[in-house]
Design a protein around this ligand. Structure first.
Ligand SMILES: [Zn+2]
Length: 526
């Protein structure tokens, strides 16, 4: 993309005064370091660290509230990744927070470095929770905030991490230290809700394809991956998205479902967020978390409308925090119910291996780039709200993994998946995969771009039932656990997101679908 403009006077072309007039600044003025008058750069990494530490200090003067800045990892260029923990528990470690019985909300900003509004908004939210108007919410919830998940990307105003990987397509594989840090934080603090704050392109492809600029202050979407429990989606819709719509409307902020369009100029289709289990939105859904994506209109317009973009995120995130406080007891019941429901599905029925969106039509309102007037368009619309099963298989009892599958085992455990080790040699009844075709390929993103630079192995497989030897030191991953659906997404080999396709597993023979409860001696890993 070259060097993106960031100066205060930058406007994309064409982006008329009439368009800009549609987006007046809010009456409130936000004053994080990066939003000070006269600033030409957003809040720096050093300023974020100081800000978080200042909130932790200010909170320690406030009776009953505890806060701590937790180091959660390092970026590829060695920047500290940090989370601010805010709670009325007696400590800030995961066990103490969980013991409060209060649901924990995890807020993540700026996985994409060129989407700054979420990060600035989370600094505002941190301050309001620590010492401002949101502090009373801590009577009902714990909050964990990672304002900037990708500091290297932010420092160079680029979407990807330092090595060029899109970390928001890495949440199942966990190849980047940035995604690993979030996975570990999620595993340890067990949030009930995760908000992923992004921004979307205002002109770009839409201008080229439809001759329009985009209208909506906020695009919203919850998890839409295969096998998600119905009640999780219901909670996301009824307890979160609907109050969110009301809150945003109350501030005269417009909303739509999240959407994107392909880079192919001839393809006028518009797609909702995809079904692949690779984004934070979908992978957190597979962890039985209410997972919400919030995107403001901000990519490609530098600092234009920045107060309004931050206000949109602050309004939306405040609504999510309030909904969690209001629904705390229902959420506390929902989670164990869903965990149990998924565990109980092991060895039974079918699981969807691959799902697809459903073609539909949708009236999408865009803006005329000159007059700024609404321009409604009827578009071909790939709906992620109704998923079609493309490929389904009997749901196994679990998966056997060869002793050499240590990378896959480590990644699964980083997610919080229980992996057992075979303690004594034995045999298992299972389905082995046989390759029927193979091609080299790339992971496709929902917008038609390549989701990762790393090539994948695309295979077609057939299954062969048989008794297999399980040597000592090999692994068993039971599906009788809350993250069973995440395990399926990782270990069925013939999908573009799988551990096999992305070469975290050595060969198809390293995985067997175990089709009867194993009668062998298993042990916990240390
Ligand atoms: Zn983004």
């Amino acid at each position: 993309m070259g060097t993106p403009p960031t100066g205060p006077t930058y406007q994309p072309t064409p982006y008329s005064a009439a368009v800009a007039a549609r987006f007046p600044a809010p009456s409130v003025v936000y004053n994080t370091p990066g939003l000070q008058a006269g600033r030409t750069t957003f809040t720096t990494q050093a300023e974020i660290q100081t800000w978080l530490h200042d909130q932790a200090v200010s909170v320690s003067r406030s009776a009953g509230v505890k806060a701590a800045v937790l180091p959660i990892g390092q970026s590829q260029r060695g920047e500290a990744l940090e989370a601010l923990i805010l709670t009325r528990a007696t400590g800030t470690d995961p066990t103490t927070l969980l013991a409060t019985g209060r649901p924990t909300v995890l807020l993540v900003g700026q996985q994409h470095g060129d989407e700054p509004a979420g990060s600035e908004a989370l600094l505002v939210i941190a301050r309001e929770l620590a010492q401002g108007l949101l502090q009373p919410l801590l009577e009902h919830i714990n909050v964990v905030i990672v304002p900037r998940a990708n500091p290297d990307g932010a420092a160079s105003d680029q979407r990807a991490t330092a090595d060029g990987l899109d970390m928001n397509r890495d949440h199942l594989l966990l190849n980047t230290p940035e995604a690993q840090a979030l996975a570990k934080l999620t595993r340890d603090y067990q949030p009930i809700v995760v908000v992923d704050a992004h921004e979307y392109p205002v002109a770009g492809r839409f201008l080229q394809k439809f001759g329009t600029v985009q209208k909506f202050d906020a695009l919203l979407q919850y998890a839409t991956a295969a096998n998600l429990p119905e009640f999780l989606t219901k909670a996301a819709e009824e307890w979160y998205r609907r109050p969110l719509l009301v809150a945003l409307k109350g501030q005269d902020l417009s909303t739509e479902w999240y959407y994107t369009t392909s880079t192919d100029m001839a393809d006028k289709k518009v797609s909702m967020g995809g079904t692949q289990p690779d984004t934070s939105r979908n992978v957190n859904g597979l962890k039985n978390i209410v997972s919400l994506l919030i995107e403001t209109r901000g990519v490609g317009i530098g600092r234009l409308h920045i107060q309004r973009r931050v206000h949109t995120h602050v309004t939306a995130i405040t609504s999510v925090l309030a909904s969690t406080a209001q629904r705390a007891s229902e959420l506390n019941q929902l989670r164990p119910y869903i965990d149990k429901e998924i565990s109980a599905e092991a060895c039974k029925g079918e699981a969807v291996v691959e799902a697809a969106t459903t073609p539909a039509q949708h009236e999408l309102v865009m803006l005329d780039p000159v007059s700024g007037a609404d321009k409604p368009l009827m578009v071909d619309w790939d709906s992620a709200l109704a998923l079609r099963s493309i490929k389904a298989r009997a749901r196994p009892c679990g998966y056997w993994l060869s002793a050499g599958s240590t990378t896959a085992v480590d990644r699964l455990r980083l997610h919080g998946v229980q992996v057992l080790r075979v303690a004594e040699p034995g045999s298992l009844l299972g389905d082995s995969y046989r390759e029927t075709s193979r091609a080299a390929g790339e992971r496709q993103d929902v917008d038609g771009t390549i989701a990762s630079n790393n090539p994948i192995i695309k295979v077609q497989v057939s299954l062969t039932r048989g008794v297999i030897d399980a040597p000592r030191g090999s692994y068993y991953v039971p599906l009788n656990q809350p993250l069973g659906n995440l395990v399926l997404a990782a270990l069925e080999p013939d999908t573009q997101s799988s551990y096999f396709a992305n070469q975290l597993l050595n060969g198809l023979q390293s995985t067997v679908r175990v089709m009867a409860e194993p009668n062998i001696k298993l042990e916990e890993l240390p």
